[in-house]
Design a protein around this ligand. Structure first.
Ligand code: AHM
Ligand code: MG
Length: 342
């Protein structure tokens, strides 16, 4: 006698990051070979390794400084080094990656033995906001993916291959290790967010097609430096405080770009890191902080500028170049331009 097997509903109730990438690939690049999604999986693997360390940071003896100084003259935290090495390791296993550049390494790194297979350049800040780790504040990983420009041999001129303007980005994203771990990315077809489900170890789609509100009610900058901001920034911030733009604002500043930008992306408003007396070109780095953030902001309906130029149109002249960054919803960005240029 036959036993009836009940039908199982095979419709997936969750969408993982991998599924989402494959779906996007089928929709937008039907002839793609899959190497790009394999590359992205290298990034997600490294962020899961880093997240596991971040979560255990208070338990293991990995807090505090490693006594090393990075190329920017800053103290490297042990977790910075771990996150950097995790990315280098995971991307080194992907033949499609020709060159990487990281906040933690002075020069670009060329992977050997590619035999012409490498066609991507990946730049990243492995652990942004790491000075906040000791006080349990959110930190993050930021990345940007570019194509290896034609005619440039990775071995001969790796720095030049890395120095591309933001409009050339193929993909960008970040992971914020916060109250949950969230991955946000774009390949130029909208911005999508995934929350890491620790029980299955997968990033699961939680924020599809993120749109930055046109207007918000938060501005975000290190207000302690106000007196050293250029006067056009002061004029704008004073107008916000006095409600002269027609809205009232609260101030929120975490001091971790990924966390401050994540809030701005979801809630709207404006984030600013202007030139200061200490950092006359701003503090944030063009290639692996400002550009990916600008790409995400524009894809979500916002904008990003250094005051004078669209961030993504700036031609880099150095790998670790700094740039003033103003990013936010269109309403605040328009108000910024008016007061900045007045
Ligand atoms: P880091 O990459 O060395 O961690 O520094 C970048 C961080 C950003 O996350 C944040 O926006 C900024 O530094 C905060 O700087 P400040 O303390 O000057 O406000
Ligand atoms: Mg950083």
């Amino acid at each position: 006698m036959l036993t009836r097997i009940p039908l199982v509903d095979t419709k997936p109730s969750i969408t993982t990051f991998q599924q989402h990438i494959l779906r996007q690939q089928r929709a937008h690049w039907p002839h793609a070979t899959g190497t790009f999604s394999w590359l992205l999986s290298g990034i997600t693997l490294a962020t899961k390794m880093t997240e596991a360390r971040v979560r255990r940071a208070g338990l293991l003896d990995i807090l505090g400084s490693s006594n090393a100084i990075n190329v920017q003259g800053e103290h490297q935290q042990k977790l910075d080094i771990y996150a950097d090495q995790a990315l280098i390791h995971c991307l080194g296993m992907r033949d499609s990656v020709a060159i990487i550049a990281s906040e933690e390494n002075e020069d670009a790194i060329v992977f050997d033995g590619r035999k012409g297979e490498g066609k991507y350049v990946v730049v990243f800040d492995p652990l942004d906001g790491s000075s906040n780790i000791d006080v349990n504040v959110s930190v993050g990983t930021i990345f940007s993916i570019l194509a290896l420009p034609p005619g440039i041999s990775p071995e001969d001129d790796p720095q030049r291959a890395v120095m591309q303007s933001g409009v050339k980005q193929l993909a960008a994203g970040y992971v914020v290790y916060g109250s949950s771990t969230i991955l946000v990315y774009t390949t130029g077809h909208g911005v999508h967010g995934f929350t890491l489900d620790p029980s299955i170890g997968a990033y699961v789609l939680s924020h599809e097609n993120i749109h930055m509100p046109t207007n918000g009610n938060i501005y975000s900058c290190n207000d302690a430096y106000f007196e050293t901001f250029p006067t056009n920034y002061q004029r704008f911030l004073t107008a916000l405080r006095r409600g002269e733009t027609g809205r009232s604002y609260a101030l929120r500043y975490i001091g971790s770009l990924v966390a401050d930008f994540h809030r701005t992306l979801l809630k709207g408003g404006i984030f600013l890191y202007p030139p200061t007396a200490k950092n006359p070109n701003g503090k944030l780095r063009l290639l692996y902080e400002a550009n990916p953030v600008a790409f995400l902001a524009e894809q979500a309906g916002g904008a990003a500028t250094d005051g004078r130029r669209r961030i993504m149109e700036i031609e880099p002249t150095e790998i670790h170049q700094r740039v003033p960054l103003v990013v936010g919803g269109l309403g605040e960005m328009q108000a910024f331009q008016e007061f900045y240029s007045a």
